[in-house]
Write a protein that binds this ligand. Structure first.
Ligand code: F6P
Length: 549
């Protein structure tokens, strides 16, 4: 990482001290060209950074910080297929998954494209057949419901994209996503599904994840019970797997033809571009899926080629670092003003927090600064009527990403303009607020009696100065969405480079998994709760007394 005592970091601290007191109102008043200078377009995607609390000098210094972290070198290593995931000794090649050229990638010597293309072809054949109603279940019925069983990266990406692109879906084919261990998740669905026309996609890179495997086994029992004497024949007609553990899928009972391969060089949270995206191809067709890949590839090219001053992921990442490490924001909000992007906040939570939610650098040394902020969010307009009060007057610094599309895919008359008016109003209100003088003038103009106006005045003042970025896509179509998702992926990568983090491992999720394995026998009464802490022992005893295991 670039150490906080390095010249690049110290120059930023000094500049922060110079400008931190400045209000966004001052930044705009000082520069009539601010929007033009601080917004960028790529293939119809507009990103407006002008409501961030940076000036030109801050951006120059942030770019110097990126240079000091050798961002160019790390970016080259990523695209060269070097093993930059050092703790797992793996390359990081998700850009290969959206590489659509006929040439080798990452290089002729390490070319992974033949196997990537082979899996794409397998996806095309399968999704064409199923969507045409020619993939039939054990009783000869066409598939009408597809259930993806997976969790984390094997759930959030495809679920988010399928929802986002539902306007492009095929009528009559319903997509479902089951992730939770809680039987209420799968149970509710099995209550209403018809086993004769249901296909399960078991998505798990490792094919060992407890939640996924338990749900997959329960679904298999449900199917086999319904198929009766046809159970053995039914399994390959109603189950396919997406995994890098082909042998484990075979143990589950699936023939090789039903297994869609992924590779160890794809991280779970970067895997929607792989066969983990099979539900996307089933929902919108393989050609739609390839338009999503093309959008991702457009962003890859931009990230590789554009100078840092005009490079969307680099600018987004550096502004995030400014907000976290120099202005002290501990959180950031994702606020999509689009119903189709309902699952984007949870997708980005995994992408950002599982990648960079760390305090140890890739060299094994403690980080000398805070890394990823807490990411959270909700779609507008709902968030406005829930937690925006805190954003406006709660006193916390919460940088926000507002995301929208210029056009709607569901053109009910009269909705799009008010939706966008609300987004623009919120970002402006957060940035500029309302001064005491403005609030007082408003109260006077409204004829509020002076005594009452004095009492109300403190409640009517908005501090503003809440930074935000606004991203407007032309519409939520496969290509634009692909660009948006790759934009966030590369943003995370750039931040990892500056913080000195390996963004592609996730050791922090292991402890809870290990402990759950130890606690299960005690909870079921098969072993004593030896060696556990007092609170956990008491809770186990309580659960055993009151629960049904
Ligand atoms: O536990 C975290 C995690 O490993 C994520 O990184 C991953 O996306 C998820 O679990 C699911 O893993 P798998 O695809 O192997 O089932």
């Amino acid at each position: 990482m670039v150490a906080p005592n390095s010249p690049a970091w110290r120059a930023l601290l000094a500049h922060r001290d110079l400008i931190a007191h400045r209000h966004l109102r001052d930044f705009f008043a000082a520069d009539p060209q601010r929007f033009a200078q601080m917004s960028l377009q790529l293939d119809g995607l507009l990103a407006d950074f002008s409501k961030q609390r940076v000036d030109t000098r801050a951006m120059q210094l942030l770019i110097e910080l990126a240079n000091a972290a050798d961002l160019v070198g790390w970016r080259d290593r990523l695209f060269a297929g070097d093993k930059i995931n050092v703790s797992e000794d793996r390359a990081v090649l998700h850009p290969a998954l959206r590489h659509l050229g006929l040439d080798a990638f990452p290089s002729p010597e390490r070319d992974v494209m033949p196997e990537v293309r082979a899996v794409r072809e397998q996806m095309r054949v399968f999704s064409d057949k199923l969507r045409a109603g020619l993939w039939r279940g054990f009783s000869g019925e066409a598939i009408r419901d597809v259930v993806n069983i997976g969790i984390g990266g094997s759930d959030l990406g495809p679920k988010m994209v399928v929802r986002a692109l539902s306007a492009y879906g095929r009528a009559g084919l319903r997509m479902h996503f089951v992730s939770n261990l809680d039987s209420a998740h799968l149970g509710h669905l099995l209550d209403v599904l018809d086993p004769r026309s249901t296909l399960f996609v078991v998505a798990s890179k490792t094919f060992t994840t407890q939640e996924t495997m338990l749900n997959a086994h329960t679904a298999r029992e449900w199917l086999c019970a319904a198929a009766g004497v046809n159970a053995a024949r039914a399994l390959p007609l109603h189950f396919v797997a997406v995994t890098s553990a082909v042998d484990k899928a075979a143990e589950f009972g699936l023939p090789l033809a039903n297994v869609f391969r992924m590779w160890v060089w794809v991280g779970g949270r970067y895997s929607l571009w792989s066969a983990v995206g099979l539900p996307i191809a089933l929902a919108i067709g393989m050609s739609g899926f390839e338009r999503l890949l093309a959008g991702g590839q457009t962003m890859d090219k931009h990230f590789r080629d554009a100078p840092f001053e005009r490079n969307l992921p680099v600018l987004m990442a550096l502004i995030g670092i400014w907000n976290t490490n120099f202005l002290g924001a501990g959180t950031s909000a994702v606020l999509p003003y689009h119903e189709a992007l309902r699952f984007l906040p949870s997708f980005l939570q995994q992408l950002e927090m599982e990648s960079n939610g760390k305090t140890v650098g890739r060299d094994g040394q403690p980080l000398a600064c805070q890394a990823n902020p807490i990411v959270w969010g909700e779609i507008g307009s709902n968030g406005q009527h829930a937690f925006f009060q805190l954003l406006h007057q709660g006193g916390w610094l919460v940088p926000c990403d507002f995301i929208a599309s210029a056009q709607s895919d569901y053109p009910l008359p009269g909705h799009q303009a008010p939706l966008m008016a609300n987004l623009l109003a919120q970002s402006a209100a957060l940035a500029f607020g309302k001064t005491e003088a403005e609030a007082s003038a408003e109260l006077r103009a409204a004829g509020v009696p002076p005594e009452q106006a004095t009492a109300l005045l403190p409640h009517k003042v908005f501090a503003g100065n809440q930074p935000s970025t606004t991203i407007i896509l032309p519409r939520i179509d496969p290509h634009s969405l692909g660009m948006l998702l790759a934009l966030y992926e590369h943003k995370v990568f750039v931040q990892g480079v500056v913080w000195g983090i390996n963004s592609f491992d996730q050791w922090g999720v292991e402890l809870g998994k290990q402990l759950a394995g130890r606690l299960l026998p005690a909870l079921k009464g098969e072993s004593e709760a030896e060696g556990l802490d007092q609170s956990t022992r008491a809770l186990i005893a309580w659960c055993r007394e009151h629960g049904d295991f």
